[in-house]
Design a binder for this molecule. Sequence first.
Ligand SMILES: [Zn+2]
Length: 102
Amino acid sequence: MFCKYCGQEVFDDAVVCIHCGRSLEEGKTRSNRQHGEYEGVITLLLCLFCGFIGAHRFYTGHIAIGIIQLLTFGGCFIWALIDLIMILVGSFKDSEGNTIVI
Ligand SMILES: [Zn+2]
């Protein structure tokens, strides 16, 4: 591969460019990160502390469901509790169908 900063050829698994010394790792991990991937821990915490206003639903892209949960106080907390369990067991998905992984 080639360094994105100076354009010189570097090793494919290089972390730092041997020509200009800049870090190549940051851009590599960012490009590997899939679209729609959410931080499971943040989703869990949002559901735990703000689940009754649907915060975890807004965070994961379920805007319509989030508004309903906001108006119903998380379905009287029961819905928020179910979502919390689903996040914990790894069956909670975002609006694009990506599984929320803690
Ligand atoms: Zn370079």
